[in-house]
Each structure stands twice: as structure tokens, then as C-alpha cells.
Design a protein around this ligand. Structure first.
Ligand code: ZN
Length: 174
């Protein structure tokens, strides 16, 4: 059974590091880390997680949208593990929507993100995959990818007036 890992919070310098590329996909420690990220994500009602959030600065993220207490309207999808991901916008169109983060507890912010993106990544067996992501799932990916660059969603919020406590968010927005 994979262990639930502690999620580091804003202020921990690991969240500000640029994460390192993964060279050995079959490494036992890497495969264990993927399993641990999966159970940590599920246990914390997240829809995505990046390895730096458990203090491991490697280029690994999981996108796993599904409805839960923190995101009641999230679409359901198979959790997707992405190693060494890259992406580009398909169109210039950006939309603002509310985001939260397991590493920034209690706060939501309005963040502009590209609506449609093309992503390329290695799956956990090392095979190259390509996908087009849209809307909420594209938003999750861009949020998690930012963690690999040492950024958090607060860095993308355009005004402090577009921040809200989690409690008010759940009362007013959901
Ligand atoms: Zn986050």
C-alpha cells in the first residue's frame, strides 16, 4: 500500500524551485512516488498534484479531475500521470476562473488560463503521449505545471480583490 505524503505549504522553498527532468522512468523510487502522489491526491480532495508539493522537485504531475467536496462541479476523468510534461496553447483565448491549491490552504483566487492546450508527456512506463486538454482539465494542467516552474496560482492572480477565503468561496461561488 502506498503511503499518503505530507503536502508542503506556501513558504517552503521547495515550492519555489524549478523542478528537475526525470531520466529513469522505471526507477523503483519513482514508481513508488507516483503511487504515493495518487493516494495523497485522493485523500486530500485534490484534482491535481505535482511532485514538488510533496517536497520532491522532479517534473511529475497528476491531473485527476473528479467531483469532490472542494470541487463539486469538476468533470470526471481517469487520473493521468505526466512525467516531463510540455505544453502550448492551441488558441490565444484565456478564461478566468477560481482556483485553490493544497499548498495554499484556505484561499481561492481568480486565475486566467488558456482554454485549450496541447500537452506532451511521458506516461509512467516512459511512452510519449500527446493530448489536447480544454476548460477545467486544461486549467488543472496549467496550475500543476506552474508548480514545476516554482510558481503558485497566487503569482497569476491579477488583483488582490480577486482573492477569497475558501469558506466564502464555498458559500458564494459554488
Ligand atoms: Zn497547487
Amino acid at each position: 500500500m502506498a503511503e499518503v505524503r505530507d503536502v508542503v505549504q506556501l513558504g517552503d522553498p521547495v515550492l519555489r524551485e524549478v523542478a528537475r527532468p526525470i531520466a529513469d522512468f522505471e526507477d523503483e523510487g519513482m514508481q513508488r512516488l507516483i503511487d504515493e502522489l495518487m493516494v495523497t491526491l485522493r485523500q486530500s480532495n485534490g484534482v491535481g498534484i505535482a511532485a514538488p508539493q510533496v517536497a520532491v522537485p522532479y517534473r511529475l504531475l497528476i491531473v485527476a479531475s473528479r467531483p469532490n467536496a472542494r470541487y463539486p462541479h469538476a468533470p470526471e476523468m481517469e487520473p493521468t500521470v505526466m512525467l516531463n510534461p510540455r505544453w502550448e496553447a492551441v488558441t490565444e483565448e484565456r478564461v478566468k476562473d477560481w482556483e485553490g491549491c493544497l499548498s495554499v490552504p484556505g484561499i481561492r483566487g481568480l486565475v486566467p488560463r488558456y482554454r485549450e492546450i496541447r500537452v506532451e508527456y511521458c506516461d509512467r512506463t516512459g511512452h510519449l503521449q500527446q493530448q489536447v486538454l480544454t476548460d477545467f482539465v486544461a486549467r488543472i494542467f496549467q496550475h500543476e505545471f506552474d508548480h514545476l516552474e516554482g510558481l503558485v496560482f497566487l503569482d497569476r492572480v491579477e488583483s488582490s480583490q480577486e482573492l477569497m477565503s475558501e469558506q466564502e468561496y464555498l458559500k458564494r461561488v459554488v
